[in-house]
Every structure is written in structure tokens, then in C-alpha cells.
Ligand binder design. Structure first.
Ligand SMILES: [Zn+2]
Ligand SMILES: [Zn+2]
Length: 121
């Protein structure tokens, strides 16, 4: 039984066939998360908002994990189908985030949000 609501639900960029779920993370902020690998999709500006909201929300997002995420070499933006560009954030050059050049959305693997916030807070 599958509903056709393709518009705002998309598959995890790591896992073959896992739907992303919307997670409330603070006032007026919803992000998409994969319950299997803990990957996160953030629309433009959401990363900044989450870091502003602080540690509580970041820990909340970075908990669930059923398996390790593996790095696929090529990831496409779930919204624009453009290939994401790996970026080393200035504040945390040891990690790589995948950013869409079109909509500026960001893919984060589990654990990357915490690393980003530690260096930014
Ligand atoms: Zn996943
Ligand atoms: Zn995009």
C-alpha cells in the first residue's frame, strides 16, 4: 500500500529504499531524517537555524541509528536532481557536507551535525 505523495517525501540518499521522515526540531522547524542511517536533509538556512536553537535539538536529531551510513560517492539533490557538491565547511574542515548548488540544501551524515555545531557554537 503506497500513497502517491511523491512531492515532499523522498528516499534517503544513503539507503536504497528508505523514505525520509519529517522530524520536528524546535519551533517552526522541520527537517527530513532517515531512521535507518540517521542521515539528515536540511533545506537552505535550516542548518543555521538548528545551530541557533542549540544543543538540545542537535542531540535530538543525532540519536537514532540502526546501521552505519556509508558514503555513496555521488549523491543527487532529492529536489532538483542536481549532483551535490562536497564542501568542507570553514568551521569544520575535517568533515565533508554535500551541498546542492541549486537550492542550497544540505545533506549531512549522522554525526556531522554535532561536529558542525561544536565548532560553530
Ligand atoms: Zn538512510
Ligand atoms: Zn537542490
Amino acid at each position: 500500500m503506497k500513497e502517491n505523495k511523491e512531492s515532499d517525501i523522498f528516499k534517503c540518499l544513503n539507503c536504497e529504499d528508505v523514505d525520509m521522515v519529517k522530524v520536528t526540531c524546535g519551533p517552526d522547524l522541520m527537517v527530513e531524517q532517515c531512521n535507518d542511517c540517521g542521515g539528515l536533509w536540511l533545506d537552505a538556512g535550516e542548518l543555521f537555524n538548528i545551530i541557533e536553537l542549540g544543543k538540545f535539538y542537535i542531540n535530538h536529531l543525532d540519536t537514532s541509528l540502526k546501521k552505519d551510513s556509508q558514503k555513496n560517492r555521488i549523491r543527487k539533490c532529492p529536489k532538483c536532481e542536481v549532483i551535490l557538491q562536497p564542501k568542507h565547511p570553514k568551521t569544520a574542515p575535517e568533515i565533508i557536507i554535500d551541498k546542492c548548488p541549486d537550492c542550497k540544501g544540505i545533506w549531512l551524515d549522522r554525526g556531522e551535525l554535532i561536529k558542525l555545531s561544536k565548532t560553530t557554537l
